[in-house]
Design a protein. Structure first.
Length: 65
């Protein structure tokens, strides 16, 4: 634990900027992968129910009408 505290104290301004950028990129990647997984699961559910999954753009436009 002491080594972790020393590591945190050793970061300067630019080190914290790099850490924040890395965390932001990882967070964005997790969100994108989760969205892709949800869309894939929805598509597979439609196929399993013998429904035409169709074009996603058309499905979104139909929801708006």
């Amino acid at each position: 634990m002491d080594s972790f505290i020393r590591l945190i104290e050793a970061f300067e301004f630019w080190g914290w900027i790099a850490v924040m950028a890395t965390v932001a990129i990882i967070g964005q990647t997790v969100i994108v992968l989760k969205k892709m997984t949800i869309k894939h699961n929805e598509r597979m559910a439609k196929i399993a129910n013998c429904q035409d999954p169709g074009c996603e753009d058309q499905a979104y436009k139909a929801d708006e009408l």
